[in-house]
Design a protein around this ligand. Structure first.
Ligand code: T5A
Ligand code: NA
Length: 210
């Protein structure tokens, strides 16, 4: 006999934006906020540099290895696929996941190199769909001023301008944009409101996980 246990799942929340838009800062603030509200939440990030695939990605990003553009694209995607089932288990057990970059980074960065956007999207099909995508909106020039770019492969103004264009092409009405040029606490407040609404919707169990 199937039980009729009430489903109370976690929300899959994704933060996207250019390098230095403030994603990592805001992701940790969000997790702290939800924990203070008694809501179970975890911080996730892609690339996850700890797996074998993640180590290959990290070597590429730090310019210690060279890879064909298609190859690195598929590795970024594989890095999400290797975490998919754990992601599903966590969400079903009621944990909200605050994810620092996801498929949109994968598509936006590879498309910025000139790869066909439909080709870029294909390996992402079948990954879990986010309940919310929050976009930290900042002009590339402003982002470049923040703390200085490190030495990683994509941290160059000209390339970030192209990434901004690809993000624009991916943006749909369901995305929530936040002005990432505001003081860090103001961005935090706005994100809290947007994300809290999404988390409570998911907890009611009305939105199936897809
Ligand atoms: N990538 C990623 C792909 O090509 N394909 C993929 O599929 C994926 C998943 C690594 C690279 O990989 C690419 C994209 C990236 O180029 P990463 O490891 O996420 O991705 O990159 P990081 O270098 O860790 O992080 P970012 O550069 O993206 O920075 P964040 O997380 O956006 O910004 P954050 O929070 O670290 O803040 C940056 C600085 O700004 C300050 C912070 O204190 C910090 O100094 N700051 C603010 N200053 C003023 N006002 C505010 N509101 C501020 N918010 C933050
Ligand atoms: Na980051």
């Amino acid at each position: 006999i199937e039980g009729n246990k009430k489903v109370c799942r976690g929300a899959l929340v994704v933060l996207e934006g250019l390098d230095r838009s403030g994603k990592s800062s805001q992701c940790s603030r969000l997790v702290n906020y939800f924990e203070s509200q008694g809501i179970s939440a975890e911080l996730w990030r892609f690339p996850d540099r700890n797996t074998d695939v993640g180590k290959m990605i990290s070597a590429y990003l730090t310019n210690t290895s060279q890879l064909d553009d298609h190859t690195i694209h598929l590795l970024f995607s594989a890095n999400r696929w290797e975490k998919r089932s754990l992601m599903e288990t966590k969400l079903k057990s009621g944990t909200t996941l605050i994810v620092d970059r996801y498929s949109y980074s994968g598509v936006a960065f590879s498309a910025a190199k000139g790869l066909d956007i439909e080709w870029c999207k294909a390996p992402e099909v079948g990954l879990l769909a986010p309940d919310l995508v929050a976009y930290l909106d900042i002009p590339p020039e402003k982002a470049a001023e923040r703390g200085g770019y490190g030495g990683e492969r994509y941290e160059k103004l000209e390339f970030q301008k192209k990434v901004a264009e690809s993000y624009k092409a991916l943006h749909d009405v369901s995305w929530k944009s936040v002005d990432a040029c505001q003081p860090i606490e103001d961005v935090e407040k706005q994100l809290q409101e947007i994300v809290f609404d999404c988390v409570t919707e998911c907890q009611k169990g009305k939105k199936p996980l897809s």
